[in-house]
Design a protein around this ligand. Sequence first.
Ligand code: HAM
Length: 497
Amino acid sequence: MQIAPASGKRAAALAAPPPAAIGQERRAGRHRDRGLRGNVWMSAATTGKPAQGRTAGTAEIQTNKRGSIDTNPPRGTRDFFPQDMRLRNWLFDHFRSVSSAFGFEEFDSPVLESEDLFVRKAGEDITDQLYNFEDKGGRRVALRPELTPSLARMVLSKGKGLLLPAKWFAVGQCWRYERTTRGRRREHYQWNMDIIGVEGQEAEAELLAAITMFFERVGLGPEDVQIRISSRKVLEGVLRRYNVPVESFGPVCVVVDKIDKLPEQEVVRQLSNLGLDSEAVNGVLSATEARSMPELQELLGSDSEAVKEMVNLFGLADGYGIKDWLTLDTSVVRGLAYYTGIVFEAIDRRGMLRAICGGGRYDRIMGTFGGDNLPCAGFGFGDAVIVELLKDKGHLPDLDHQVDDVVVALDESLRPQASGLANSLRKTGRTVDLVLEEKKMKWIFRHAERLSAKRLVIVGATEWERGCVRVKQLAKREESDVPVQQLCSVSSDEAFE
Ligand code: HAM
């Protein structure tokens, strides 16, 4: 299947959580920030500290006076040190376990895609923010700013062979040349869940239920987060009323999405530039003011498609028991041109942060790529805002680096025995740190404590001659000599701790 080249200018620029997550959730009650504060997971805006060695307008990788490189990653991007990876894996484990609970299958696609996939002429920020360039073979390529066009490409490549409905999820890195603010970065990871092939609002309801399940699992409730819902059909109806051409629908939505960010005059100017007369502009602006079903009914009439879909969606949400999370708000349109129906976004109730996630129905994307349209609905959920919110709420989990056992040889000659023992313990399912150098006992105890080890296993000559090792159960502060065979024959679950 060929993808039609984009026209227009090129852009310038519930299963239970997995075992690891369970343990971490149990410990999530203790909300220490240790190991997380001040690292690169938190934005400079959060920590209030500028990145070292940077001045505006200088090259990102630069050498200092002594000729060493700048050790900061490029502006707006992050290194993930081991403590950051623990948090990232915890978050992604939740993304994946919620997706699995809803029966979704994981997919992935290249971070580098053909530029044409992302160039749309609707005036979206995402197009201006594209990381695009020519590769060594002269092809125009781009780092994906989102996952949806790649999903559409993959769905189209399967043609009629794809069993519908398809429920797919992904967790992938996306790149946008954005102005970095709290929760907005130049690279971020996005969790996406998409349903392909379902026309009704059952799809949106299922997606909203997945989002709320995720929030609950990380300790957030409807008192913390609100999911605002609208339908692009509200604006579609208004534009039809004022005879605005159908082609203007996407671009108008992109402008209306900026109502909160731009002065009203500028919004009016941009809408007029799209060919809307003053009556139509006023009609569009007042259509964004409805905050309840009666207001929506008054605006569009009870028989309108938008009202019927919204009533259906809220009815389904009631069935899921998630109604408390949802609120109707016609100012929500989302900034991507391809949405065609229900749109939604989750926001922090205090209004301190950018949207936590956003999504909606996009039934015409396949057609824009030269294929047959298919009903689709989905959402993207970034890794940045949610971490900021969890941090503000004191819900960041305590994720220490942890092993079951530390194994140490008391002298050099016993190193092979200690290595063999460590490996045998690993084969029983235990996590084992082997001390690789000669160290003083004081260091070893401190090391075992730092790793929150349950046991310290000491391989000493006297015990080894008797076929034993010394096992110190660190929490109980008890120790005994245990036969090596016995130690290595019990599974991790039954271990002698
Ligand atoms: P989006 O609204 O552009 O939608 O982004 C979705 C989410 O990704 C945002 O709500 C935010 O959590 C995160 N995000 C976006 N840009 C950044 C950034 N610069 N830094 C940090 N986080 C960011 C989409 O991307 C659609 N493709 C979602 C979708 C999937 N719709 C249907 N299926």
